[in-house]
Design a protein around this ligand. Structure first.
Ligand SMILES: Nc1ncnc2c1ncn2[C@@H]1O[C@H](COP(=O)(O)OP(=O)(O)OP(=O)(O)O)[C@@H](O)[C@H]1O
Ligand SMILES: [Mg+2]
Length: 464
């Protein structure tokens, strides 16, 4: 550690405070010593420490109470507790509630040093880990891009590699795979990040409007052009322009685009002045542009001009291992947006979501999750998929054993266990669901969801 570690000693015994201050001071630590937990909390609030050493038995608040308060407020701060020989069970308890280590009094100097060094090292390692994690996040977790499968990591690497060049990038991939998000990431990783990122949906405008949208127009260029209009190429000067759905533009427009891509020059519609801009172009399409070229719908020269760097974004079903990450990300985001507690996702739901083919890719997944969170009551999520609508809601009368794939023995065992618990609770409460729910410590609607999912019937009564 480059700076002197700061240690806070808490003990009501003046002699102990003095001894620890001297011993730790010799090891180049910056020691503060206080005589009770109240003063300790005040010191911790006033400045930052790397380690706390506290006695357990003190008049008033005990060291264990102090430990719990520290855990709640400074979860990363290591705490070592000191107990007498007679109260080893206090040490055990302290370890359970989150002490990093304990020392038996009277404290021996060598042991003190070993334990203190170990705690400080652990803290340093955890800090380093957090730092690394943040770096990885910055490197691979571009903005809101989630995904850690090999294909996605390669894509992030490719993006990072080309971000700083001015090369035109072509993003090809099916709808909803994240092309626009990747274009954003490319922009924000580039030297152009402080300039604008402008997107034009080339498929959304008729040819004549698209031209004036891209290049702008002079006043009076056509009826309705009541004032001069700066196009997106001008607005993106110095920055990045995303030409979205590039596969949709017609052939005459392709010629004009080729020209501006080649030398950065263009004219506003109805204008004669030649304007020059410095724009990095990213094009995106869910078509296979090479097929479009073969079919004569897309100019080969423009295709090659756009295709300096070509990035293929895979469909979600080809990176199903990212689905749990994405689901949890969206669940958290929607729950936070809606100001709700973040519900947890059941493992068997994740398995089902992983198996679904996702024709609408990440966008569709996002919508399914969003809907599940918004419609959820209590803590359970019900993911409705178009093809297996209702799979989770089999009528209870079918008296089904849990619907579980045979390759998941753990899940199956847990479901069976859950089922038995629920049946026992229902029996004990004479079949009254509200009381059974209370007994099980879940909400009524949560119990009802579980009953339906497990297909529980009892003494001829179906609980669906
Ligand atoms: N890897 C990802 N991590 C988090 N969110 C993602 C990811 N990929 C896509 N999304 C989200 O999914 C939605 C669709 O993404 P995006 O608009 O970038 O797709 P697209 O490929 O441009 O689709 P289209 O071809 O239909 O325009 C967006 O809301 C986006 O935020
Ligand atoms: Mg898009």
């Amino acid at each position: 550690m480059s700076v002197r570690p700061r240690v806070l000693v808490v003990d009501d015994d003046k002699a102990v405070r003095a001894a620890l201050t001297v011993n730790l001071g010799k090891r180049d630590m910056d020691v503060s010593a206080v005589e009770n937990p109240t003063l300790a909390l005040a010191a911790l609030t006033a400045s930052s420490f790397d380690l706390v050493l506290t006695d357990v038995k003190m008049p008033g608040t005990s060291g264990l109470d102090l430990l719990e308060k520290i855990r709640a407020t400074w979860p990363d701060l290591p705490v070592i507790v000191m107990t007498g020989y007679g109260s080893v069970k206090d040490a055990v308890h302290a370890m359970k509630v989150g002490a990093s280590d304990y020392l038996i009094k009277p404290v021996e100097r060598d042991e003190l040093m070993v334990v203190v060094d170990r705690a400080l090292e652990g803290r340093a390692i955890r800090a380093e880990l957090a730092q690394l994690r943040q770096e990885v996040q910055q490197r691979y977790g571009f903005e809101n891009l989630i995904g850690a499968t090999a294909v996605m990591l390669r894509l992030y690497e490719e993006i990072a590699a080309v971000a700083d060049s001015n090369a035109t990038v072509l993003l090809e991939g099916p709808t909803g795979t994240g092309k626009e998000l990747l274009a954003h990431a490319l922009h924000y990783r580039s030297r152009r990040a402080s300039k604008s990122f402008v997107r034009v949906n080339c498929g959304a405008l008729p040819a004549s409007l698209l031209e004036s949208e891209l290049f702008g127009h002079e006043r009076g260029a056509f009826s309705g052009a009541i004032r001069q209009h700066r196009g997106t190429f001008e607005r993106a000067d110095g920055g990045t322009l995303l030409l979205d759905e590039i596969g949709e533009i017609d052939l005459p427009m392709q010629v004009k685009l080729l020209r501006v891509l080649e030398n950065g020059e263009f004219q506003r519609v109805g204008g004669s002045e030649t304007l020059t801009v410095d724009v990095r172009v990213v094009a995106a399409t869910n078509r296979d542009l090479r097929d479009e070229v073969r079919a004569g719908r897309f100019r080969e020269d423009l295709y090659y001009r756009l295709n300096v760097v070509r990035l293929k974004v895979p469909p979600l079903r080809d990176r199903a291992d990212d689905i749990p990450l994405l689901v949890n990300h969206f669940v958290r985001r929607v729950a936070e947006r809606e100001g709700r507690r973040v519900p947890s996702v059941m493992p068997d739901d994740l398995e089902r979501l992983k198996r679904y083919p996702w024709p609408g890719n990440v966008r569709q997944l996002q919508h399914v999750v969003e809907r599940a969170v918004i419609l959820s009551r209590g803590d359970t999520l019900d993911f409705a998929l178009p093809d297996d609508e209702g799979e989770d809601r089999l009528p209870a009368a079918t008296q089904a054993a849990p619907v579980t794939p045979p390759e998941l023995p753990l899940v199956e065992a847990l479901l069976r266990y859950e089922r038995n618990l629920i049946i026992a609770a229902l029996e004990a409460e004479g079949g009254v669901q509200a009381r059974a729910a209370r007994r099980l410590g879940v909400s009524r609607s949560n119990l009802n969801y579980r009953i339906q999912r497990l297909g529980i019937t009892l003494a001829g009564v179906s609980y669906s």
